[in-house]
Design a protein around this ligand. Structure first.
Ligand code: PLP
Length: 334
């Protein structure tokens, strides 16, 4: 599995650290907890999309694009990071934001909306009438083509067979680091939204014969909907990489019980988890992705799923800039 043959831009010059979480491990009394700090990736606030964008932007440049289009929810980390990568490459960037919860887009909002404006999006198109973001991106692209411009569309979350390579690369990075740390992992946990992160890690470990189980914690969809999406993307990635052995049965492990009231809406336990990580380890989680994922991991530990001394790695996929759009919810006790 040779990732070097795929065109790639480099936005982060270092491996993100893997750190032990001594205080959280002690507080929970379960397995030894480690964290992969992808919140420290480069790109105006960091987060998982930077890894995917290294491959996606290389493809956009190879195709001669001058404008990047992508879509996401109103507080999308993916849109912020895509814009950040476009800024670095000297490309224009237009964003399509979908109001999945009615009335949630406010131009003067903090968090990612503020950052998208600060980073200078060429245009922000907000959909609140049920149109599909992919259709709106295609319309915008058509208009740009009429003007003689060259748009490149990145799908929501950057989760296609190009973007997913970013998390295959992350799996290789984790194996390289844990080898040098003398750390044999028993389990990995990550968030699962548009599936690129989870599918990329699965394929990356599988392609390296690492046999490390990975659990994806859903931030929106039910397992029945998400698992086939993961299988499909994992299949495409494996094909790109020339991995002929299929993922073994049972390898896709998804937990869908930690979504709370819905996508982007934190449950009380999400908020407790965000506070717990801030107050035990000074780690900033977000209430949309990593707060729910860690909530899932903590609940599984409390249910006795892991033995004391087992090594569990939580992949911190970023998202903390969204915290500033959730100040009231995050500080409200009880
Ligand atoms: C902070 C954060 N974590 C996790 C995810 C989910 O990753 P994926 O879309 O690859 O499933 C996202 C997606 O936007 C995100 O912004």
């Amino acid at each position: 599995m040779d990732l070097a043959r795929f065109p790639r831009r480099r936005y982060t010059a270092y491996e993100t650290p893997i750190e032990f979480l001594p205080n959280l491990t002690r507080a929970l009394g379960g397995p030894d907890l480690y964290i992969k700090r992808d919140d420290l990736l480069e790109g105006a606030g960091g987060g998982n999309k930077t890894r995917k964008l290294e491959f996606l932007m290389a493809d956009a440049l190879a195709q001669g694009a001058d404008t990047i289009l992508t879509c996401g929810a109103v507080q999308s980390n993916h849109c912020r990071l895509t814009l950040s990568a476009a800024v670095k490459e000297g490309l224009k960037c237009q964003l399509v934001l979908e109001e999945r919860v009615p009335g949630t887009y406010r131009e003067d909002a903090s968090g990612n909306i503020f950052l998208m404006r600060l980073l200078g999006a060429e245009a922000i198109h907000v959909i609140s009438d049920g149109r599909r973001p992919a259709d709106v991106m295609e319309q915008v692209a058509e208009e740009l083509r009429r003007q003689g411009r060259k748009p490149y569309i990145i799908p929501g979350g950057g989760s296609d067979a190009i973007g997913g390579l970013g998390y295959v690369a992350c799996a290789q990075e984790i194996l390289h680091q844990t080898y040098h740390m003398g750390l044999a992992l028993d389990h990995v946990f990550c968030a699962c939204g548009s599936t690129g992160t989870y599918a990329g890690l699965l394929v990356g470990f599988h392609g390296a014969n690492a046999h490390i189980p990975v659990t994806g914690v859903s931030v929106s969809r039910k397992e029945a909907e998400l698992a086939p999406m993961v299988a499909q993307l994992a299949g495409k990635l494996a094909e790109e990489l020339g991995i002929s052995a299929p993922l073994p049965d049972g390898e896709i492990r998804i937990l869908d019980g930690y979504v709370g009231p819905g996508y982007s809406l934190p449950a009380p336990s999400t908020v407790e988890t965000v506070r717990l990580l801030a107050r035990t380890e000074s780690i900033l989680l977000d209430p949309v992705y990593t707060g729910k994922t860690m909530d899932g991991l903590i609940d599984q530990i409390r249910q006795g799923r892991f033995r004391k001394g087992e090594k569990v790695l939580f992949v911190h996929t970023g998202g903390w800039p969204a915290l500033f759009a959730y100040m009231e919810e995050t500080l409200k006790e009880g």
